[in-house]
Design a protein around this ligand. Sequence first.
Ligand SMILES: [Ca+2]
Length: 347
Amino acid sequence: MPAGFSGGYYFSGRSLAIAVEVGLGYGTHPKGRYTRMSALTEFFMLRGAQELAAKLKPETRTEMDHALRLGRQKMQAAEALWSNGSIAEALRLASQGLALVTDTLAGLDPERDFSFELIREMLAKGGVSKRRIDSVEKAMEQRRTFKLPSLDEEAPADSAEVFRRWVEAEERIHRTLEPTLMSRTQQVGLRTFRFVTAFLVLAVVAAVVVFFATRVPDDEIHASGFFGTSDMFAGIKAMDNNDNSWWLGPDGVSAWVEVKLGKARHVRQVRLLNSASPPWNDRGTKDYVLELYGNGRKLRSIPGTFPETTHPRIVTVPINMDGVERVRMVARTWYDKGAALAEIHVD
Ligand SMILES: [Ca+2]
């Protein structure tokens, strides 16, 4: 590792005052202190970041900021190299990037010989869980013991895992400490952004939940059968709001079409429009029974007869009944070749 990336280079000669300055914000060992709620609170309130920021001297702040930025720059360059297949160089650069950040932070405490405690405390204060902090520590440990390959073909099998761990560790540190180095105005801006984003996400989730919870499925229509093999005269043709399309029953048999309501409801009336199947005018329903079903049983049967005509008119059948789930029109007899119906409307 080049000397320029060691903590000693950046912070050689830094006084105990810095350690006190930083350490004051982290008086309690994080073990057992982390909770999801505290992490969430920190994410939105940034209290830990503000506490630390208040204790940092401007020059310390500037140097930490520089180290974090440079670390990020190196990691991004390392990732570009990695995706380009330059494994050895990517590992080297990632190692430098992680060392730069961690040595800088650890170097803030000259009392301890490369102490991870300070980093651990900073991350804990920033709402990072113990498991993730352990992962950062493992990455740092690995960085010290991992033998960097000179050539790409010398890279060990676990290179990808090691590289990913280093990148994640740097990202974790960067993301956690970045708010600390922001100005008060920037912190307020970040908090506001996070609040607004969370609010919008929750609002969208709530809207989706309400939509699905209150959504009433569409009415559906089914038929006992239909004439022909295409869907030109299928049951749906009796519920397409088009008087010039129609359902035709199979030849010479009793047949029915049924509207299954999306949800049980009050039915005021049912409107029926027969069809003569123009231009041949060789079909049409004659005697029918309108059957209403609800609560798993037949609620009512209303018989009727359509007149024989080539120009049928809408027939309105009064119902006024609650809890209707299905409305079926059974064509018992028919004119000429078979039953028909142009439209059925359940109001
Ligand atoms: Ca129709």
